[in-house]
Design a binder for this molecule. Structure first.
Ligand code: C2E
Ligand code: MG
Ligand code: MG
Ligand code: MG
Length: 281
């Protein structure tokens, strides 16, 4: 019986793997068409500044709206695009959309900074970094309002190359943020070496910080550590008022999460930001 169970498990698993593979291949063969058709969209999630109690920046988060498959989240296609060599073209496409939207909200009088997620593999791509530089030079959006979000594991893949790439972004005037902090293996000495402006504490630590004593200690000491390195701290994944209150009391600089706003399309972001401004005035 044990053997039969193992065999059936094996077959279900390989069937699942086969389905996954089919789905992955079909998704990736449609990605170019999806970009051309305008099915790849950029949503924006506000980051609330706790020091000035206002939305001062947003994060760009990609979504794929497919007419047949429905809505596809980035976790389902970004890793595939990275593995299949399509991430460079996709990221430049997203970056163009972000520069376009940022120029539009600036024209409406909103001075918002914007975070863009940059995959590990792109840090060392010369063609990508050259293309980014050309786009920044050609855009009316000030580079100082751009924040490149790089994950902790990306920075650890090839530390020397990561430092060089991040320096180049900083020389362009772009700010650099370490995303998902706490989930990787970044040592304190290495953290000190990286040219960073901001550190984002991973949702997994933030979520229960107001109810779990252990998480509270981790979050508070990370905030202190970041501040002593001269970095601004963003807490991600704030889902309720109690959590937000805890972070405010702990000296966190910025907060992001469903409690403040979900990621939304450009038009809804404008409504959100304009309502908040009107309420504050
Ligand atoms: P991330 O950069 O760490 O983004 C945060 C993720 O947490 C987003 O998921 C966001 O929608 C979600 N989130 C925000 N607030 C809350 C909350 O209060 N509760 C919960 N449960 N979740 C929250 P999303 O949009 O599905 O993106 C997932 C990941 O995909 C991102 O993680 C990022 O690593 C990647 N990604 C998204 N857009 C891009 C992109 O344009 N380029 C690249 N390379 N990666 C991207
Ligand atoms: Mg991010
Ligand atoms: Mg994150
Ligand atoms: Mg993440």
């Amino acid at each position: 019986a044990e053997q039969a169970e193992a065999a059936s498990l094996f077959w279900t698993r390989s069937a699942a793997r086969h389905d996954d593979l089919e789905r992955a291949l079909s998704l990736m063969s449609d990605l170019d068409d999806a970009m051309t058709a305008g099915h790849i969209e950029v949503f924006y999630q506000p980051k609330l500044s706790l020091t000035v109690d206002a939305v001062t920046s947003v994060e760009a988060l990609v979504r794929w709206r497919d007419p047949e498959r429905g809505f596809i989240g980035p976790d389902q296609f970004i890793p595939l695009a990275e593995k299949s060599g399509r991430i460079e073209k996709l990221t430049l496409y997203i970056f163009d959309g972000v520069l376009h939207d940022a120029a539009a909200w600036r024209a409406r009088g909103h001075d918002l900074a914007v975070g863009i997620n940059i995959s590990a593999t792109l840090l060392t791509s010369r063609s990508f970094n050259d293309a980014i530089e050309r786009r920044i030079a050609a855009s009316p959006v000030p580079p100082a309002t751009l924040i490149f979000e790089v994950t902790e594991s990306a920075a650890m893949d090839d530390p020397d190359a990561a430092v060089a790439a991040l320096r180049r972004y900083r020389d362009l005037g772009v700010a650099v943020s370490m995303d998902d902090y706490g989930t990787g293996q970044c040592t304190l000495s290495y953290l000190q070496l990286l040219p960073l402006n901001e550190l984002k504490i991973d949702r997994s630590f933030v979520q229960f910080a107001h109810t779990n004593h252990h998480d509270a200690i981790l979050v508070r000491s990370t905030i202190d550590l970041a501040h002593s390195l001269g970095l601004k701290v963003v807490a991600e994944g704030i889902e309720d008022a109690e959590c937000l209150h805890f972070l405010r009391a702990s000296g966190c600089d910025m907060a992001q999460g469903y409690h403040i706003s979900r990621p939304t399309p450009f038009a809804e972001l404008m409504t959100f930001v304009e309502h908040r401004k009107a309420a504050a005035a």
